[in-house]
Design a protein around this ligand. Structure first.
Ligand code: SAM
Length: 476
């Protein structure tokens, strides 16, 4: 067996200097077992409902996120359970849940006459915070989940699809191109920045191998550059939340101090101090002049059940003088079209035959023969690279409409006319997830395969055999 990767001594020296009397507890926490969390998909079921059906033991609720629990160790791997494939939950470090919880996007509220907000998750892959934001928005408004790195898009798209939210658009862009197109369009912007990852050392010792003081310095430069662009995307009166999973003050307080110096229209907002949360430490970054940095929060593994994190929320003042808010520029080309007559007929025939769920016609758009259900507010994305303009409902083929996997995951129990329900322990379920056809008598046609009632994917029944339409990339 290979030796465990040691935690870098320069990192430990710095933390010892900063934490003083707290350092032994911190160092001991680094040697303890990492904490895992499970966040329930409240678009599909409540935390209480999930607790009743949970196949594995759940620990305490996460204090800052009512839909989440600390995971207890168990023989069952929650990541491999069919409920995970059905999008009933997301596995996430409890500390990482603080970002979306503290950004606190507001959903559509009919009583207050408040529309769902426009939210941007600028660095979104693999989608932990995107799925969290989508649930907090109750699937309303608009959530743009952007990822700059192509190789990380697949995971982001898959996690968004599994989540089954109707308000998410996935883009593959640079922050600069988004800012150039949208300007100050968003009510809330999340910058979950690429960082040196010190807060994850306990979970991923391999991360220690990449760490160096030079890497920390490099990350800080990149973070400042990203934020310089991100500020342009926040409307006056809107919020920007900056988070990292590192302890380095150079990447946390110092980055925020530089932002406040350069953009006086932004101010740091006080955040609720949940049990174990600590205030930001301006003196660690040599910025005692910026008392406002205490509004940020630091999460330490020796103070709470979770890994290391830093969160700071900034508000752009209403009277911001520079860069007034504007609507995104129209592109002059329709990347997303309305259905033509033939497509409308094919979709209507499919929906009548296979679905009970309703899809409002004004949110249906076509791109390259694919039909999408787009967010209720769908701005023009111009020439931006759109990976997912919404929920992919299916594809128009010659003379027919074929449903797509994301449609299955978007449906709720009872959303399809024909279902084949399986239980997690049934061999047929394993066979389905491996791509095998299932003998099952019943009415012919598109059939939703479910696990304990929760949609998992499509099959097409022909003469008592349900042909498998579970996508190859999802197979276990
Ligand atoms: N928010 C994600 C989640 O909760 O699952 C994790 C995001 S991860 C900490 C940071 C992301 O920033 C990575 O996906 C990385 O590809 C992206 N990134 C790297 N360089 C970037 C840049 N210059 N601009 C924007 N994003 C960048």
């Amino acid at each position: 067996m290979s030796e465990p990767v040691p935690v870098p001594s320069l990192f430990l020296e710095r933390m010892s200097r900063l934490l003083g009397a707290d350092f032994p507890a911190f160092a001991a926490a680094l040697e303890a077992e990492p904490v895992s969390g499970l966040r329930v998909n409240t678009l599909k079921l409540s935390a209480d409902e999930f607790r009743k059906i949970s196949p594995f033991p759940l620990g305490d609720p996460v204090p800052w996120e009512a839909s989440a629990f600390v995971l207890l160790s168990s023989d069952i791997s929650p990541g491999l359970h069919p409920y995970h494939l059905a999008g009933l939950y997301y596995l996430q470090d409890p500390s990482a849940m603080s970002a979306a919880a503290l950004l606190d996007p507001q959903p559509f509220d009919a009583a207050q006459g408040q529309p769902g907000e426009r939210v941007l998750d600028l660095a979104a892959a693999p989608g932990g915070k995107t799925t969290h934001l989508a649930a907090r928005m109750h699937g309303s408004g608009l959530l743009v989940a952007n990822e700059i790195k192509e190789k990380r898009l697949g995971h982001l798209a898959m996690n968004v699809e599994r989540w089954g939210a109707g308000n998410v658009v996935v883009t593959h862009e640079t922050p600069e191109r988004l800012a150039d197109h949208f300007g100050a369009f968003f009510d809330r912007v999340l910058v979950d920045a690429p960082c040196s990852g010190e807060g994850m050392f306990r979970k991923d010792r391999g991360a220690c191998l990449d760490w160096s003081p030079e890497m920390v310095a490099g990350c800080a430069v990149r973070q400042r550059n990203i934020l310089r662009v991100a500020v342009q995307l926040v409307r006056p009166g809107g919020r920007l939340l900056y988070s990292t999973c590192t302890f380095a003050p150079e990447e946390n307080e110092a980055v925020i101090a530089a932002l406040l110096d350069e953009f006086p229209e932004f101010e740091a907002e006080a955040l609720p101090l949940f049990p174990g949360f600590e205030q930001g430490r301006p003196e660690w970054a040599g910025r005692e002049d910026r008392e406002a940095l205490r509004a940020a929060v630091r999460l330490f593994p020796h103070r709470l059940s979770g890994e290391g994190h830093f969160v700071c929320r900034l508000r752009r003042r209403e009277q911001a003088a520079s860069r007034p808010g504007r609507r995104p520029r129209p592109s002059g080309r329709a990347a997303l079209a309305e259905m033509n007559r033939l497509q409308s007929d094919l979709w209507r025939d499919f929906a009548r035959d296979a679905l009970t769920a309703d899809f409002t016609a004004d949110r249906l758009r076509v791109r390259a023969e694919r039909l999408y259900f787009v967010p209720e507010e769908m701005p023009d994305f111009g020439n931006l690279r759109l990976v997912h303009p919404g929920v992919w409902l299916g594809t128009f083929k010659t003379g027919r409409f074929e449903p797509a996997h994301p449609l299955a995951l978007f449906l709720r129990p009872g959303g399809a006319r024909r279902t084949l329900n399986l239980s997690p322990a049934e061999p047929a379920l394993t066979a389905y997830l491996r791509g095998e056809p299932l003998p099952a008598p019943g009415e012919a046609g598109w059939t939703l395969v479910t696990v304990d009632g929760w949609p998992l994917g499509w099959g097409k029944r022909v003469q008592g055999l349900v042909k498998n339409h579970y996508p190859r990339g999802w197979m276990t």
